[in-house]
Design a protein around this ligand. Sequence first.
Ligand code: SAM
Length: 178
Amino acid sequence: KIYVLRYGHRPGRDKRVTTHVALVSRAFGANGFILGDVVDESIRRTLEKVVDLWGGRIHFEMGVDSYKYCLEWKRNSGLVVHLTMYGLHVDDVVNEIRNTGRDILIVVGSRKVPGFFYEVADYNVAIGHQPHSEVAALAIFLDRLFMGRELSLKFPDAKLEIIPSPRGKKVRRITRDE
Ligand code: SAM
């Protein structure tokens, strides 16, 4: 089980980026997206709309206490991976992380992240040591974790499916009794 915890979401400013974190979680193979500490129905609605059309199942929670969530995750023998440019280089630790075979909670921040997450994390992981984006960091981490296979995922119960096309857009509507 791979969940993503988004810490520090500010409903006024972060809607687009947090939505993208949620969509990357789903598209790149995570099973859960947790919006820590705040409630923002617009994030839930967007994720639900995408799941309804494009399929898949992703567990969603919001307004939960991020600190308690991490502690509870660890109590259930899960691993906490905090993505930060100050951490260890992803290529030096991702195999070790994968080989644990444990559930993983991936924490991404928005602005400054409190020291708590650096402490609680089993791994502080850097996607390179330059400042960039939670969306990019999450995508690259999941891609390394799943060794690229996530880009070929098929999502159950999809209503739409893309037919790859060199030009233009080809979308097939999937009917229920197929
Ligand atoms: N300046 C903030 C800090 O000191 O932590 C980082 C803000 S950054 C826009 C938001 C989030 O993106 C971070 O909390 C982290 O999860 C992720 N992030 C940005 N660059 C990263 C990198 N090079 N490696 C891993 N995660 C990164």
